[in-house]
Design a protein around this ligand. Structure first.
Ligand code: ITT
Length: 450
C-alpha cells in the first residue's frame, strides 16, 4: 500500500517506515506551508492537505508531533521543532529545555503525535498517540532524534536515545498513532467522525487524576452489595439493623474495592493507555502507597468496629479474587468478587444476630449467583471497549445497572416482608447513589471509567 507522507524530516520517515513495514512510504516535502495552527491536529491537517492536492485518489498522511512539559505549561508543544528559534536546531532546543527546567522537581512530560490522514475519496481523519515520561537532568544516548536524549519514558530508566529503534517504536507516541493508522488504512477508508482531540498535558489536574484512579463513578455500586447481604436477615428473622456495624461493613467494602482499583492500575502501569499512572499524572510509588493505605483502612475499619469473625475469611477470599482478577483478567473472577462482596454482608449479619446460618443459605446463594452472573456477563461483554467509545458508554451503563439490581432486591424484600421497613433508609440512600452516579458522569466526564 502506497502512503504519501508530508514531511521533510528524514528521522520521521525512517521511523514511519519501520513501524509500517508493509507500506510503501513516499515522502513529500510540503515546502512553504505555514504550520500556524494552535494545536498538533491543526498543523497535521495543514500539512496533509498541502500534499493531498497533488496526490488525488491516494492515501496521504502528515505527522505533527512534539514534546509537552507539564512544568512549562505544555511547552515546547507545537513549537518543539523551533523551540530555540529559527531555523530548527536540535542541540539548541535541548539546551534551552534543560535551562528552562533548572531546579524544577516535577519534570513530567509527554510526547504527542497527531497523524492526519486523507483517504483516496478525500475523507480526512486525525488520530493521536501519546508517550508519557519525564525530562532527564542531562542528555544520554545517540539513537533517535530531537529531544530523544532527554526523554525518559515511564517504566524505563533509559532515555529514548538509549533504546533501540524497536524498543522506542513499541511504546512511542508515533508508534501508538501509527498503529491506529494501520487499522484505518486496512479498512480501506477513513470513515466518518474523527478521534476527539486529547486535552493538553497541563489540563489534567492532580485532583482529576485521583478521581480517575479511584474511578469515583463506579464507587456507588459497591455499598449495595453488602446492604443486600445484610438485608436478607430481617426478612427471615424480623430483626433490625445495627447502623454502625452496617456502616462499617460498607466502609470496609469500599476500601477493599479501592484497593482493587489501584492494584489494577499498578498492574497495568506500562500498558493501560490513558490511565493516570502511564500518563505520568500519578507516580507508581505514590500509587503503591495508596494501595497499601486502602487495604490498611479496610482492616482498620473492620478491627475498629469489631466486624464479626466470619467476615474475615470472606473478605480475605474477596481480596485474593481481586488480586487474581487483576493479574489474569479472567471475567469469571470479577463476578466472584461481587458475589463475595454480597457474601461479606450475609456472613457479618449472621454473626451479629447469632442466627442459624442454614436459614439463609438458599436466598443468599441465589443472590450471589445472580450477582456473579450479571458481573461476569458485563465483564465478558466489555472486552475491547477501550477502542470503541460507544461500547464503553454501554458498559458504563451496565456497570451502573448493578445499583438498580441492588435497589430492586431491597425493594422486593421490603415489600415481601413488613419487618424490612428498616430498609427504607437504605433505599433512599440507594436512590441518592444513583443521582450521584448521574451527577458524576455529567459534571466530571473525564473521570468516567470503565
Ligand atoms: P515536518 O513538519 O516536516 O514533518 P518537523 O521536524 O518540523 O518535520 P514537527 O513540526 O512535527 O516536525 O515537529 C516535531 C518536532 O518535535 C521535532 O523536530 C522534534 O524536535 C520533536 N519530536 C517529535 N517527535 C519526536 C521524537 O520521536 N523524538 C524526539 N523528538 C521528537
Amino acid at each position: 500500500m502506497k502512503l504519501f507522507v508530508a514531511t521533510h524530516n528524514q528521522h520521521k520517515i525512517r521511523e514511519i517506515s519501520q513501524i509500517l513495514p508493509g507500506f510503501e512510504i513516499v515522502p513529500d516535502d510540503p515546502e512553504g506551508v505555514e504550520e500556524n495552527a494552535p494545536d498538533f491536529a491543526g498543523n497535521a491537517l495543514i500539512k496533509v492537505r498541502a500534499i493531498a492536492e497533488k496526490h488525488k485518489g491516494e492515501w496521504c498522511m502528515a505527522d505533527d508531533s512534539g514534546l509537552e512539559v507539564k512544568a512549562l505549561g505544555g511547552a515546547p508543544g507545537v513549537h518543539s521543532a523551533r523551540y530555540a528559534g529559527e531555523p530548527s536546531n536540535t542541540p539548541a532546543n535541548n539546551a534551552l529545555l534543560l535551562k528552562n527546567l533548572e531546579g524544577v522537581k516535577d519534570r513530567a512530560a509527554r510526547f504527542t503525535c497527531c497523524c492526519a490522514l486523507v483517504d483516496p475519496s478525500g475523507e480526512e481523519l486525525v488520530v493521536h498517540g501519546h508517550c508519557p515520561g519525564h525530562i532527564a537532568e542531562k542528555q544520554a544516548g545517540v539513537e533517535g532524534f530531537g529531544y530523544d536524549p532527554l526523554f525518559i519514558p515511564n517504566g524505563y530508566d533509559k532515555s529514548f536515545a538509549e533504546l533501540s529503534a524497536e524498543e522506542k517504536n513499541a511504546i512511542s507516541h508515533r508508534g501508538r498513532a501509527l498503529e491506529k493508522v494501520k487499522a484505518i488504512v486496512g479498512n480501506g477508508e477513513c470513515g466518518t467522525g474523527s478521534e476527539s482531540s486529547t486535552p493538553p498535558l497541563t489540563h489534567s489536574s492532580t485532583f482529576l487524576a485521583w478521581l480517575k484512579l479511584f474511578r469515583v463513578v463506579n464507587l456507588p455500586t459497591v455499598p449495595g452489595d453488602v446492604l443486600v447481604g445484610v438485608a436478607l436477615w430481617p426478612c427471615f428473622a424480623g430483626l433490625g439493623l445495627s447502623a454502625s456495624r452496617t456502616a462499617a461493613l460498607v466502609g470496609a467494602s469500599v476500601f477493599l474495592y479501592l484497593f482493587g482499583l489501584v492494584d489494577n492500575d499498578i498492574v497495568g502501569a506500562k500498558t493501560d493507555k490513558g490511565r493516570p499512572i502511564p500518563n505520568g499524572e500519578i507516580s507508581l510509588g505514590v500509587a503503591c502507597l495508596a494501595r497499601f493505605l486502602c487495604l490498611a483502612a479496610a482492616i482498620g475499619v473492620a478491627l475498629g468496629f469489631r466486624l464479626p469473625g466470619l467476615w474475615w475469611p470472606m473478605a480475605f477470599s474477596l481480596l485474593v479474587s481481586v488480586v487474581l482478577y487483576n493479574r489474569t483478567k479472567w471475567s469469571f473472577l470479577m463476578g466472584v468478587c461481587r458475589a463475595l462482596n454480597l457474601g461479606c454482608g450475609v456472613v457479618a449479619a449472621n454473626t451479629v444476630y447469632s442466627m442459624d446460618a442454614a436459614l439463609l443459605l438458599e436466598p443468599a446463594a441465589v443472590a450471589c449467583v445472580i450477582w456473579l452472573a450479571y458481573i461476569w456477563a458485563v465483564t465478558l461483554y466489555s472486552k475491547g471497549e477501550e477502542d470503541d467509545p460507544e461500547k464503553k458508554r454501554r458498559v458504563g451503563a451496565l456497570v451502573g445497572g448493578i445499583v438498580y439490581l441492588q435497589l430492586t432486591a431491597l425493594l422486593v424484600l421490603s415489600l415481601m416482608f413488613p419487618q424490612v421497613a428498616a430498609m427504607r433508609p437504605l433505599l433512599i440512600a440507594g436512590a441518592v447513589m444513583l443521582i450521584l452516579l448521574r451527577l458524576f458522569k455529567t459534571v466530571l466526564p473525564k473521570v468516567s471509567a470503565s
